[in-house]
Design a protein around this ligand. Structure first.
Ligand SMILES: Nc1ncnc2c1ncn2[C@@H]1O[C@H](COP(=O)(O)OP(=O)(O)OP(=O)(O)O)[C@@H](O)[C@H]1O
Ligand SMILES: [Mg+2]
Length: 322
């Protein structure tokens, strides 16, 4: 049994109106305790709808969400408790911040969860703020006076302060500079390692997903397109492209090499791993060259040469796809 599961989940916006829209259909997934799940999909594929169903902000039209084996809507009056256990950082954090000060905002979750002791509460708030990389000097400010990145950190701190069993972040790195993005990702990863909690990260960035996810859920038009280990997902470059996604750039390079006939593996999706695979490939090709040296597939800048792509080869998945 997974910590969180869905069975035949369906959700419809504006039911019975001319704007009726089936946002999710037939979604059945199971996520184990402690897993780090990446969620990807084109715009409008249903990612935000799904995560709002997982924490009980939206109620399914049909189907179930199970938390620890129990239907979260079995007792609708208790749905608030689910929101403490399944913490969601919204795609647009400004919708999440509403108190006079950032401090009070972060205090909201733990207070409502029942933490009364002022000192304990203070410790939780400051730890969460530090964890989210929020400067202490910002705690007494109004959340509305923060920059976009600071608002995001404040929202993350507010959710982490509830110490949820399942932490869900909907596009937490959107709008951040690369350094800010790396920091947030590192902190989320550290949080997961420290607490053993389950994490779902919704992102448009394949590079981010590749760096952190154990498994990846790919959504397409409200349905589950793929749900598999990260290394298996990125072998399906062609299919991902068809549904408006792309594999990480480093994976693209290896898929192209394979397309050109090189004997390389294609389940390469981080730079560190790529280095080892590339070295191994080079060693082997020194003995038996695969790709003609006068026509390299990859330019020194790392971009693929159009003219190096033969038209008549079957692309992408090589023999590795499952
Ligand atoms: N409040 C709403 N009312 C009506 N339709 C909605 C509403 N919110 C979302 N939708 C529609 O439901 C579908 C799924 O939307 P959702 O926001 O879940 O997609 P998403 O995958 O999170 O997209 P994005 O990557 O742009 O954030 C889309 O077709 C969207 O237009
Ligand atoms: Mg969304």
């Amino acid at each position: 049994m997974g910590i969180i599961e869905t069975h035949d989940l369906r959700f419809v916006y504006g039911k019975g109106t001319p704007f009726e829209k089936v946002a999710l259909d037939d979604v059945s997934i199971s996520i184990e305790q402690g897993e780090f799940i990446g969620v990807i999909g084109h715009t409008g594929s249903g990612k935000s709808t799904l995560v709002q169903l997982l924490n009980g902000l939206l109620r399914p039209a049909s189907g179930e969400v199970l938390l620890g084996g129990n239907d979260i809507w079995a007792k609708p009056k208790k749905i608030r408790n689910v929101r403490f256990e399944v913490g969601l950082v919204f795609q647009y954090p400004e919708y999440q911040l509403f108190e006079e000060t950032v401090y009070k905002d972060i205090a909201f979750g733990p207070t409502n969860k029942g933490i009364k002791d002022k000192e304990e509460l203070d410790r939780i708030i400051r730890t969460a703020a530090e964890f989210a990389g929020l400067k202490e000097s910002l705690l007494e400010k109004s959340p509305f006076d923060l920059s976009g990145g600071e608002k995001r950190r404040a929202a993350i701190a507010g959710v982490i302060a509830m110490q949820p069993k399942v932490l869900i972040l909907d596009e937490p790195t959107a709008g951040l500079d690369p350094k800010g993005r790396d920091r947030i990702l590192d902190r989320i990863r550290a949080y997961r390692e420290k607490t053993g909690s389950t994490v779902l990260l919704v992102s448009h960035s394949m590079e981010d997903i590749a760096r952190v996810a154990d498994r990846v859920l790919v959504m397409n038009h409200g349905k589950v397109e793929m749900f598999d280990q990260t290394k298996n997902i990125f072998k399906h470059g062609e299919r991902l492209a068809e549904i408006g996604l792309r594999v990480p750039q480093v994976t693209q390079v290896f898929l192209e090499l394979k397309r050109l006939g090189a004997d390389v593996r294609t389940d390469v999706y981080t730079m560190e791993f790529a280095k080892g695979v590339a070295m191994d490939f080079l060693k082997r090709t020194e003995a038996a060259p695969g790709i003609p040296a006068e026509k390299p597939a990859v330019s020194p800048a790392g971009t693929l040469r159009e003219e190096a792509r033969p038209d008549d080869t079957d692309a992408t998945e090589g023999g590795d796809a499952q």
